[in-house]
Design a protein around this ligand. Sequence first.
Ligand SMILES: C[S@@+](CC[C@H](N)C(=O)[O-])C[C@H]1O[C@@H](n2cnc3c(N)ncnc32)[C@H](O)[C@@H]1O
Length: 294
Amino acid sequence: MKLADCVAEVEQQLQRAKLYFGHGTDNARDEAAWLVMAASGIDVGTFDGDWTQELSVQQLAETEKLVLERTRSRQPLAYILNSAWFAETEFYIDERAIVPRSHIGEWIPECFEPWLDPSGVQNVLDLCTGGGCIAVALALVLNRARFDAVDISTDALAVAAINARRHAVSDRIRLIQSDLFTALPGRRYDLILCNPPYVTDQLIDELPLEYSHEPEIAFSGGVDGLTIIRQVLAESRAHLTQRGLLVVEAGSAALAVENAWARVPFTWLMSANGESVVFVLSADELDTYGQSFV
Ligand SMILES: C[S@@+](CC[C@H](N)C(=O)[O-])C[C@H]1O[C@@H](n2cnc3c(N)ncnc32)[C@H](O)[C@@H]1O
């Protein structure tokens, strides 16, 4: 069977199984291509585009096995493969940390220009780092900057350590177990990035089965989704340099953010898929509107 035909067949199987696609892909076709290539040992990063190549009996058998595992377990494919792509970089991942998919990754290649001058960035904080994907991907672009990557979960930090080592940036990324800023007294950063938990209690109960394999602490944003975001907004200014920038993904809580702080001129960045769920605020803006957050 040709690669293209196999992908089309697997796409049908995934669709029939009524899976949820939101952990590295957002549709059955892309996930089928990823699955078949992984099962066949075809490197996505160096794929030559030959969709007419014939797959061997063994490649087809591996594909069938993987389809069965994905459909029966409802595990995100990234966990089954221990592999996720984020900001054009491959990361190790397992169930100790959420599968990387933050919209923040879209602005990593440009280092958040024009909201930030990358040449002035020396110290970066990745708050709620999970598996470390944001810190590591940005460290590969800003190759002189130093990073603190913070998470409350030691499990997640163990995954972040694997990724920092894998991409040879361990010497510039300090992994810190902390409840938000608690372990960072007096530290200031030119850039604070944060993809916090922002899912409301009600929404958590409605999430597709795939999410049940991810740590719940990565989602829990409390009754209104804003528990962690509220703290980040209140405490970030004290940890930013004079020309610093705060970048936060608010996800499904974006509207709640707008409603809670209607006076604050959040700049919402538009993602490739048309969603605006990441906001930036400068240190100056936090100076002006800081009182709104306390
Ligand atoms: C949505 S995940 C983001 C992970 C990673 N940055 C990413 O984009 O894939 C949120 C992370 O926040 C962490 N977290 C939850 N509450 C926290 C807290 N109070 N302080 C620090 N980290 C926290 C969770 O353990 C989880 O790893």
